[in-house]
Every structure is written in structure tokens, then in C-alpha cells.
Design a protein around this ligand. Structure first.
Ligand code: SF4
Length: 333
């Protein structure tokens, strides 16, 4: 199987008529200029030079709300990427957009240019959270857009956030279940980060918003990841991609951690292990997980082993390789 590579082309805030409280696309993507067709062409060429031949390559327009851009600008950017498909260097395109910027005409246009995957920023399936976050769309918009995208034969990826204004652990879990019921081929989970120069940052400074801490995000997302794993839906990203600018101060607080995904998966193993051991009346000596997941299940500085030993009064608990699926855990002794 050829190696898969994604060439990201960031389209910051271009054409976006909304002001979601958490968003400052320029700071999040690290890009300060709008993306022109020429800029996209150069960015793709530069990446292709680095990747070389033999990989299956996808060009991804990330960042703003792609399908909210005037159609002629969409076509200019899509046309650039489609040229690389015609030349045999790129196999397909993907892009991210808002649920209320999807209709039949838009999807026809995307199909013509070779878009294969559409990512929708659903963020929450609770209308009060969407409203407080200034999203300007409803959960129903997400359901309708998701159905239309799948009906037209695109691959659908849904993005959700945790810890937005008005969100709670229960609402975030509800959102995960609703999203799972739409049967996307993958999900991205973005716990809220406090980015400077956003409305949310100002709300937090004035005491009107309580920060979604790393620990809170890890706790909530451990349950959420389990919902998607149980539904067979891959979590393809957990947490904002770390960038220099975010790490050096643009992320003023919130759930920003370069290894957030690992922390969450490790906590998810802890929760599953607790449930398994409880089901056996609290006794266990050895737990089995898929080989590549052992260190994740053990946790940083053996934190999961220590937590389980303490909770159940166990000694010498071991985690070993077993013939189980990724994410699963079994008590072998
Ligand atoms: S719709 Fe997207 S680009 Fe526009 S403000 Fe919201 S998150 Fe940012």
C-alpha cells in the first residue's frame, strides 16, 4: 500500500462572515495572509518536492469556511489543486467548512474538482452551546449537511469541541453520541484552547468564562473517545496541532497540550481497566492490551498502574500484550 500524505493549505478566515468566540484563524494556523490561488500553487509544489513520488497524496484546504468563500474564489483554489490531480501528483482533495454552508450546488461544484472528503465543524450538538459560542448555526444544520454529504458520495469527517461556553461533561458526551449516530468516517475532537485576540479570551479575562483545563479535557474526552471507538469511528485528531506561535504564548490557557491525544487515550485505558476489574469483583493481576498500546495503557510514570493498584488494593499489577483490538482491555489473570 502506498504511503498516505496530506498537504495542508490553510485558508485563514477568508470569506468568513462569522465570529465564533474561540476563533482567531490567523493565530491558530500561524498564517497571517489570505491564501491566493498562486500562494496555494506554490505551497502545494513546495510540499510535493519534499514528499517525492510513490505516496498517495491528498490536498486539504483547512482553516476558514471554504464553501462560504465566493464561488469564483473557491473555483480558483480548487482549480489549482485539480491541476495536480490531472498531472497525476495528487489523488484527491479534502476541505473543512461549516454545516450551514453546504447545499446541492456547492456539493456539485466540489465533486467536479475532485473533492473526496468534507470535514464539517459541528462543534456541539447542543443549540445553547452553539449560540453562546457565536457559531451561527444549529445542530439541525449539522444533521442536514451530514446527510447531504453522504448522500452525494463524499466521505464525511465531523469535528467537535469540548469546553465551549455553556458546555458540560454531559452535553459533550451527548454531542459525541449524536455525532456517532451520523456515522462519519472519522472525527476530530478539539478541546477549547484560549487563544489571544479572541472574544473567548476577553470573556475569560472578565471572569465570564471558566477555562476548560487540560485535566478537565482529558476527563471528558476519555469518555468521548470510548463512544467513537465503540461505534468503530476513528478519532483522527485530538487537540489543536501544536504550532510555535501557540506554544510561545498565543495559547493563553485552556486545553492546550502538545500530547493531549496521548493523555486522553491513556485515561481512556484507565477507565476501561477500572470497569473490567470492577466487573471481576476488584481482583486482577494482569491486564492485556494490543501490543502497540502497552505504554499508553500503563500511562506516564506508570500513573494508570499506580491508580488501579491504589483503587483496588492490588499489588504488582502488570499490563501485557494480548490478542485484543486497539482500545480494548482484558483481564487475563
Ligand atoms: S466559522 Fe470557522 S473560520 Fe469562521 S469564525 Fe467560526 S471557526 Fe473561525
Amino acid at each position: 500500500m502506498p504511503k498516505k500524505s496530506i498537504i495542508p493549505v490553510f485558508v485563514p478566515h477568508l470569506g468568513c462572515a462569522h465570529d465564533c468566540v474561540f476563533c482567531n484563524q490567523r493565530r491558530i494556523s500561524g498564517q497571517t495572509e489570505p491564501m491566493s490561488a498562486r500562494g496555494a500553487d506554490e505551497a502545494i509544489r513546495r510540499s510535493l518536492d519534499k514528499i517525492g513520488y510513490g505516496a498517495e497524496i491528498e490536498v486539504a484546504f483547512y482553516g476558514g469556511s471554504f464553501t462560504a468563500i465566493p464561488p469564483e474564489e473557491q473555483e480558483a483554489l480548487l482549480g489549482v489543486a485539480a491541476n495536480f490531480i490531472s498531472a497525476g501528483r495528487v489523488s484527491s482533495l479534502r476541505l473543512s467548512t461549516r454545516p450551514d454552508c453546504i447545499d446541492a450546488d456547492t456539493l456539485d461544484r466540489l465533486k467536479r474538482y475532485g473533492v473526496g472528503t468534507i470535514e464539517l465543524g459541528s462543534q456541539s450538538m447542543c443549540d445553547d452551546v452553539l449560540k453562546k459560542s457565536g457559531r451561527g448555526h444549529t445542530a439541525e444544520d449539522t444533521k442536514k449537511a451530514a446527510a447531504l454529504i453522504k448522500e452525494r458520495g463524499f466521505s464525511l469527517v465531523l469535528q467537535m469541541m469540548t469546553g465551549l461556553p455553556g458546555d458540560t461533561r454531559e452535553k459533550a458526551l451527548f454531542t459525541a453520541r449524536e455525532i456517532a449516530s451520523l456515522e462519519p468516517s472519522g472525527v476530530r475532537i478539539y478541546p477549547t484552547v484560549l487563544v489571544r485576540d479572541t472574544a473567548l479570551y476577553e470573556l475569560w479575562k472578565s471572569g465570564k468564562y471558566k477555562e476548560h483545563t487540560v485535566e478537565e479535557a482529558v476527563e471528558w474526552c476519555a469518555d468521548i473517545v470510548t463512544v467513537f471507538e465503540d461505534a468503530g469511528i476513528p478519532v483522527i485528531r485530538l487537540g489543536l496541532n501544536p504550532t510555535e506561535a501557540l506554544s510561545e504564548g498565543d495559547a493563553a490557557g485552556g486545553a492546550y497540550h502538545p500530547a493531549l491525544g496521548e493523555l486522553v487515550r491513556s485515561r481512556s485505558y484507565l477507565r476501561r481497566a477500572e470497569a473490567e476489574i470492577e466487573a471481576r469483583g476488584g481482583s486482577a493481576r494482569t491486564l492485556g492490551v494490543e501490543r502497540s498500546q502497552i505504554s499508553m495503557a500503563v500511562g506516564q510514570k506508570k500513573c494508570n498502574i499506580l491508580a488501579l493498584e491504589k483503587k483496588f488494593g492490588l499489588r504488582g499489577l502488570k499490563i501485557i500484550a494480548a490478542d485484543v483490538k486497539r482500545g480494548e482491555i482484558e483481564v487475563t489473570e
